[in-house]
Write a protein that binds this ligand. Sequence first.
Ligand SMILES: *Cc1c(COP(=O)(O)O)cnc(C)c1O
Length: 459
Amino acid sequence: MSLTVSPSLPALESRLPQRRELATEIPGPASRELQERRAAVVAAGAVSSMPVYAADADGGVIRDVDGNSFIDLGSGIAVTSVGASAPAVAAAVQDQVGHFTHTCFMVTPYEGYIQVAEELARLTPGDHAKRTVLFNSGAEAVENAVKIARLATGRQAVVAFDHAYHGRTNLTMGLTAKTMPYKSNFGPFAPEVYRMPMSYPYREENPELTGPEAARRAITQIEKQIGADSTAAILIEPIQGEGGFIVPAEGFLPTLAAWARENGVVFIADEVQSGFCRTGAWFASEHEGVVPDLITMAKGLAGGMPLSAVTGRAELLDAVHAGGLGGTYGGNPVACAAALATLETMRELDLAGRAQAIEDIVLARLRALAEELGGAQGPIGDIRGRGAMLALELVKPGTTEPDPETTKAVAAACLAQGVLILTCGTYGNVIRLLPPLVIDERLLNEGLEVLEDALRASR
Ligand SMILES: *Cc1c(COP(=O)(O)O)cnc(C)c1O
């Protein structure tokens, strides 16, 4: 099938040649040697999707230690939206480490932290007074958002949803839905976490169920099982990440947010994966005009440096007593410098607009492929997502039965052909596409061709 796509992604300069190139078998000898050393010293529970080891990465490519160049459709899980070695980020990091790497913001503060907070106050939805506190990981941001909501409301219950992913610390494991591999045998989990039904249009028993109706279904359960006056927070990913890139039906999020507001419940949007231009807007909440009380952010924020944030209503964050929020490394100055350069790069290159253009390119191709493979009777059950956060849900042809085996095989086939593709989903049957937002258009199309061929061959 030939598909002509008029160029819609402005060309960008890059340091590494933006091409796929297989120099050895995959994995090559140098990667195999590292794999052996790793097995002797690295914990077996910490696994990698790729059997190859990185040597360099830039724009839309990752080069491994054997000289193979892969097309990156994963961005280190939605982190390197500006590329893995964006020049402005690299320069900002180099400049900052030459001055100081750390003082601890709780001991000797510095301007970079304040600048990041100023940026986040501007960029996050809503024009109310906001405050920010910085941490290192997404899980830490979620933990702290829950701490803030509980303290500010004097209530304890936290509502999370089916298919949710919020991290791997004790509280965030409890907030996460899926047991394997995240939770199994790691309990007991923190109390006062209540799981509610998500809006999952593709798998809804009643396909006519609207977003507001799906929200009422959850709200009724919250009222019956917890009681609004015991509920501190509703915590939700506006587009679910690890759970399968599930986009709730239109009206679901606004209805939940409105109920939260009417009942003094803190509405927390976990935008750790969906934030920072990934979905074609600065934040996924914006697509439906939702203004969260608190937003948790991390992955795309600092161009690969570990930095996370909670930004939200001043009265909520400022309710916390002096010293109640912090951490040794939170808001590290190098990470803050990287974040400022990242946000500047996102603005300069209009990466939100670029994410929208990526959506157009990818959806047109995937929809054509789904038709070619049999439409509703074929293996592609659903195509969904926003911007450059897009997914395919694979099923046994003619059914809605999840097909995790084919999903795994397709991802492995892509890898063997030099294209890094990640999977996700409660049922392990979702192929997710998270290209760096700076990816070259030709490279993106080439990566999609490899994916399409792998899907054709999997039948
Ligand atoms: C990745 C992720 C987290 C956890 O972030 P870490 O930095 O891995 O702790 C939390 N929430 C969402 C939505 C995520 O995608």
